[in-house]
Design a protein around this ligand. Structure first.
Ligand code: NAP
Length: 340
């Protein structure tokens, strides 16, 4: 007997990747349901060699379903996640709605899989922000060895992080540069994204940071260690898929760069590609469709006593969202459901 899995937001970027990843990893699926808004009723989505017709989330009955992987944004999550949870279906949510709720575990399985036990509180588990997920995979093994004091991170985030409309906007603007049209509209991004970069993701906070930057701070503290100090600058770049991060880490203890490289090579979920030669590092286009968080450009920061710089790249739709959610579902099945 397999498990009954509902994909909530199956017509979106993340939902689509969830369907692919469940199939790739041969998740033990008995029944699968593809759910979206009424607008998409009957839309076909693929699951392996099967075609699923999208059902209306609003009328779906979650009773008898084991896990719902949610990728619909906070407003729809606020309305439907409690309904699924009340029906006994574990919600694994990709929106930011529950991430900071102390009763809801925020999990990256390579880092804090043991937090799964907290599922009992609300039958909801939160998936972190895409930029946080790949960063904590890189930070945790280094923190275990040398205790991180402070992190300074700058992100280079792809437009797919803003949903399918974000990808369309980059595509349309790029075409319009070669083939000018009169009515240029910026609906998803505040300024032109084609051939440009925008130092603004999500809303501004009172202190001048953005919510995306705040999320990286709050989530890293919740997942790894509240004592880590972290400051972030989040930037949207004209890349379709794959987020990159330049990360500067200050440790309590000295950590030699060769030892850091060895630790990262052994760590789960990480692939080190770090050759001191032209092209001996990973760029976002090369990480698309992959599971790993890629680490390159590992080097000592000689301006502080115990500092290291590195470059971190991952597929934001996978490790940053769909893959991480499926990995959480695997932990739930292996540690909880299969023991019943
Ligand atoms: N993209 C990333 O890198 C990333 C990373 C981490 C977390 N997330 C989070 O994951 C969620 C989904 O992101 P995405 O990139 O997949 O967005 P997306 O491509 O815009 O897709 C949104 C999905 O949600 C559905 N939806 C929206 N409102 C709905 C409603 N009221 N009822 C039912 N279905 C509704 C849409 O269905 P229709 O097609 O019917 O409109 C669609 O399937 C968001 O919370 C996002 O913040 C995304």
């Amino acid at each position: 007997m397999g498990y009954n899995i509902a994909i909530v937001g199956a017509t979106g970027n993340v939902g689509n990747e969830m369907l692919k990843i469940l199939d790739e990893r041969q998740f033990d699926v008995d029944k699968i349901a593809a759910l979206a808004s009424r607008r998409s009723l009957g839309t076909k989505v693929s699951f392996g060699d099967k075609t699923l017709k999208t059902q209306d989330l609003d009328t779906f009955d979650f009773a008898g379903w084991d896990i719902a992987l949610f990728a619909v944004g906070s407003d729809a999550t606020r309305k439907y996640a409690p309904i699924a949870a009340k029906a006994g279906c574990l919600v694994i949510d990709n929106s930011s709605l529950y991430r900071y709720d102390p009763m809801v575990p925020l999990i990256v399985p390579e880092v804090n899989a043991d937090a799964i036990e907290g599922y009992k509180n609300k039958m909801i588990i939160a998936n972190p922000n895409c930029s946080t997920a790949q960063m904590v995979v890189a930070l945790k093994p280094l923190h275990d060895r040398a205790t991180i004091k402070r992190v300074v991170v700058s992100t280079y985030q792809s437009v797919s992080g803003a949903g399918k409309e974000g990808m369309d906007e980059l595509w349309d603007q790029t075409k319009a540069i070669y083939n000018p049209v009169d009515n240029k509209t910026y609906t998803k991004f505040t300024k032109q994204i084609a051939f440009n970069v925008i130092p603004h993701i999500d809303v501004f906070m009172e202190d001048g940071t953005t919510k995306e930057e705040w999320k990286m701070v709050a989530e890293t503290k919740k997942i790894i260690d509240p004592k880590i100090k972290i400051t972030a600058t989040c930037v949207r770049v004209p890349v379709f898929v794959g987020h990159s991060e330049a990360i500067n880490i200050e440790f309590e203890d000295f950590l030699d760069v060769d030892e850091a490289r060895d630790i990262l090579r052994e760590a789960p979920g990480i692939m080190v590609i770090d050759k001191l030669e032209d092209g001996g590092y990973v760029t976002p286009i090369e990480c698309v469709g992959d599971y790993a968080t890629f680490i390159s450009r590992i080097r000592q920061d000689s301006t502080i006593d115990n500092g290291i710089n590195l470059w971190c790249v991952s597929d934001n739709l996978r490790k940053g969202a769909a893959l991480n959610a499926v990995q959480i579902a695997e932990v739930y099945v292996n540690r909880i459901l299969s023991k019943r």
